[in-house]
Write a protein that binds this ligand. Structure first.
Ligand SMILES: O=P(O)(O)OC[C@H]1O[C@](O)(COP(=O)(O)O)[C@@H](O)[C@@H]1O
Ligand SMILES: [Mg+2]
Ligand SMILES: [Mg+2]
Length: 324
């Protein structure tokens, strides 16, 4: 589809391409886009409307919640509940399953409403990450945890919104990965990055250098190799922003186990799975310490996992060291 196509038209065209499609997933994607427009507006004027700083509360991860974490959580929940296609969702900001009351809804969503919380108050790019599953429990009944623990391969769609110098929505429904830039004046997401393919190789590596001494030897060896090859170190500290840059330019992002987070810091269901699903459809790779991210069997909602994700050649080099 040509650059310049609106997201709405793109979704409709893709739906028409699938004879069995009934439109619920299309509507769900529109509901996500609506919430993204509202959060885009809130992010842009956060400093003007007292949306910076903490809430003085902690989320289930034991992290202090920022006001925008909570606002984004409310906005996405509300849009997905009012949209009617989602029977339940899980969010980084909520311990338990959020029931929308739409038991006729076919889908469940796992969401990181605001990614990169440590960057909110300093005007650095932040994002939202989402993952969509078709429920496995019967329609009309109350959804259960089973609907969320299906495994990464069972995602029917995944994506992120990056609130950066421009706001861009990138998603896949299992085929191509496409990016839509938000045009403020039109109030529309416009196709700007069709069929994204990540470069086979890259020269950018992203990890928190402050944790290097606690990384396992194989990771330390890999990072030494990156330095010897004079790769460029880039780390924004917002997963979505680091992932997006590396996706377009070729690079690798590493969040290994650390002494503080022995299972890794990032959450399997709403950070690792969706980005791994996207990366693989764009020609990249995503692994944990033991194998493909998408092969990890989920055990519980806010499970953490180490994440290594990026250009296939760089990932192959890392995998060899991890398996050695
Ligand atoms: O400060 P650290 O330990 O490097 O962690 C940064 C990582 O943590 C995160 O902020 C975790 O995500 P949230 O902000 O959604 O909690 C990632 O975006 C980022 O890559
Ligand atoms: Mg996050
Ligand atoms: Mg978050």
């Amino acid at each position: 589809m040509p650059v310049g196509t609106t997201l709405d038209r793109y979704i409709m065209q893709r739906q028409l391409a699938f004879a069995y499609a009934t439109g619920e997933l299309s509507q769900l994607l529109r509901d996500l886009a609506l919430a993204a427009k509202i959060v885009h507006r809130e992010v842009n004027r956060a400093g003007l409307i007292d949306l910076t700083g903490g809430m003085g509360l902690q989320n289930v991860q034991g992290e202090s919640q920022q006001k925008l974490d909570v606002v984004a959580d409310i906005r996405f929940r509300r849009a997905l509940t009012n949209g009617g296609e989602v029977c339940a969702l899980i969010s980084e900001e909520e311990e338990d399953i959020i029931y929308t009351g739409n038991n006729q809804g076919k889908y469940v969503v796992a969401i990181d409403p605001l990614d990169g919380s440590s960057n909110i108050d300093v005007n650095v790019s932040i994002g939202t990450i989402f993952s969509i599953y078709r429920r496995v429990t019967p329609i009309g009944t109350a959804p259960t945890v089973e609907d969320f623990l299906q495994g990464g391969h069972e995602q029917v769609a995944a994506g992120y919104i990056l609130y950066g110098s421009s706001t861009i929505l990138v998603y896949t429904t299992g085929h191509s990965v496409d990016g839509f830039t938000y045009d403020n004046s039109l109030g529309e997401f416009i196709l700007s990055h069709p069929d994204i393919k990540t470069p086979t190789d890259g020269a950018i590596y992203s990890c928190n250098d402050g944790n290097v001494d606690t990384y396992e030897p194989a990771i330390q060896t890999y990072l030494t190799m990156c330095r010897r090859k004079e790769y460029t170190a880039r780390y924004i500290g917002s997963l979505v922003a680091d992932f997006h840059r590396n996706l377009l330019k070729g690079g690798i992002y590493l969040y290994p186990p650390t002494s503080k987070n022995p299972d890794g810091k990032l959450r399997l269901l709403y950070e690792c799975y969706p980005l791994a699903f996207l990366a693989e459809r764009a020609g990249g790779k995503a692994i944990t310490s033991s194998g493909s991210v998408l092969d990890v069997q989920p055990q519980y909602l806010h499970q953490r996992a180490p994440l290594y994700i990026g250009a296939p050649s760089m990932m192959n080099e890392l995998t060899q060291l991890l398996r050695a």
